[in-house]
Write a protein that binds this ligand. Sequence first.
Ligand code: GTP
Ligand code: PEQ
Length: 219
Amino acid sequence: MEVLVPFSTDRPKSRLSGVLTPDERESFARAMLRDVLDAIEAAGGAPRVLSTAPIDVDLGCPVDVDDRPLTAAINAALDARFDGASTDSALVAVVMADLALATPGALRELFAAGEAADVAIAPGRGGGTNALVVGHPAFRVDYHGASYLDHRRLAAAVGASVGVVDSHRLATDIDEPADLAELLIHAEASADESGAARWLRDAGFTLDATDGRVGVSRE
Ligand SMILES: Nc1nc2c(ncn2[C@@H]2O[C@H](COP(=O)(O)OP(=O)(O)OP(=O)(O)O)[C@@H](O)[C@H]2O)c(=O)[nH]1
Ligand SMILES: C[C@H](OP(=O)(O)O)C(=O)O
C-alpha cells in the first residue's frame, strides 16, 4: 500500500519550543520521520514523503514537494490518486511523521482496517487524525482541530464506511513535552530502542516522576 507521510520542514514541532532549540526540533523531527519510514517499510507499506520543501538527505523513498498547507497538499494527492481511477484498486494511507511509537504491527493493523472499510482512521489523543487509509474515491481530508470527528462526518457525507483503529502507539503523536515521556517509557520497555528515543537520551532527556505524573527532565 502506498503511504503518504506529510512532513513540514518549516519550524517543525513548534509546541516543543519550550524544551528544544529550533535546530534540535529539526533534528528530532527528522529522527522521528526516519523511524516512521522504517516502520512503514517493515509493515510492507511503500512510503512516499510529502514535504513542504526539499529534504537534503536520501530517505530511500520518493519525496514529493508541495508547499501548500497540510489539508490542501493531502487532498491534491488524493485527487491525483482517485480522479479517473477505477474504484476497486486504489488504497492510500496517510501516516504522520511524528508517530514515533509506531511499530510495524500497529501499522499492519491500520492497513488491514483500510482493507475492511472505505476509510480507516487511527485517532490521536485529543481528537486529531494520526493515520488513515482512504479507499473511497470521494473522501477528502480536513486536518487540524478535532479532525477525527470531522473525518467521520466527511466520510458519512460521501457514504463511506469508517473503521476505527484503536491503537495506543498510533494515537501517540509527539507534539508536546509530556509526549516525550511516552517515547522514553515505551523505548525503555521494548528491546529495540527507536532512533528518536535514542536522540532524546543523547540530548540528555530522562524520565522524571518527581511531580507525580511522569514527565521528562534534561541534564
Ligand atoms: N506536507 C505538510 N506536512 C505538514 C504540514 N504541517 C504539518 N505537517 C506534518 O503533519 C504531521 C502533523 O503535524 P503537526 O503535529 O500538526 O504539526 P508540526 O508542525 O509537526 O508541529 P507543531 O508546530 O507543534 O504544530 C507532521 O508529520 C508534520 O510534519 C504542512 O503544512 N504540509
Ligand atoms: C494534523 C493535525 O495534527 P495535530 O495538530 O492534532 O497534531 C490533525 O491530526 O488533524
